[in-house]
Design a protein around this ligand. Structure first.
Ligand SMILES: [Zn+2]
Length: 204
């Protein structure tokens, strides 16, 4: 975060374990101990003085912890796509925080075209209108069709396409500043392929 916000680097991918987006401010949950992306967002706001931080979460599970931490914080916009119904049973469309949260629940079996359409039509415009000064990404790859924990039908190239759109969002508003953090991904070969596709798109 410091390297990107000081201009030493334009983008970063953090291959962190454990993941973070289910952890709330006070409780570990769903394999997550600390909410890495929320810590990063608060660091950008409080230590670097940013006023508008966007968080894009495409993990197959809803980022309930991130949503809860920022539900009353107008300095952050949180956009999430996730399979529904699925753990942790949050992320309905009706959950909108203080107008700073947008949830796009997807049915089991959703393929790449429908996944990308949700981002193009709803989630990316929601973040675009915010004119973020930094784009953070909760990059979970458990929506891959081979992942054993969920039932979306995504391929590594779908993650590459979405990543390119997120990079374009950052280019439009904040000199390309984007920090991505690894979230879920439980089929190791699919996780590796998806991470490579994601990082290649970040480097483009
Ligand atoms: Zn997940």
């Amino acid at each position: 975060m410091d390297a990107v916000l000081s201009g030493q680097a334009r983008r970063a991918f953090c291959a962190v374990r454990p993941p973070g987006h289910h952890a709330t401010a006070s409780a570990a949950m769903g394999f997550c101990l600390l909410n890495n992306v929320a810590v990063a967002a608060r660091h950008a706001l409080d230590a670097h003085g940013l006023e508008r931080v966007a968080i894009a979460d495409f993990d197959v599970h809803h980022g309930n912890g991130t949503q809860a931490i920022f539900a009353d914080d107008t300095r952050v916009r949180f956009a999430s796509s996730h399979q529904w119904p699925l753990y942790p049973d949050s992320g309905a469309r009706s959950e909108t925080g203080c107008g700073n949260v947008f949830n796009a629940p997807l049915p089991e079996g959703t393929d790449g075209a429908a996944f990308l359409a949700a981002w193009e039509d709803e989630l990316l415009p929601f973040l675009d209108a915010f004119r973020p000064q930094l784009v953070l990404v909760s990059a979970g790859f458990d929506g891959h069709r081979r992942d054993p924990l969920a039932g979306l039908q995504l391929e590594a190239e779908d993650y590459a396409h979405l990543t390119a759109r997120l990079v374009a969002l950052a280019d439009r508003h904040c000199d390309g500043r984007l920090v991505s953090m690894l979230e879920g991904g439980y089929e190791l070969q699919a996780l590796a392929e998806s991470c490579v596709a994601h990082v290649d798109a970040l480097r483009a």
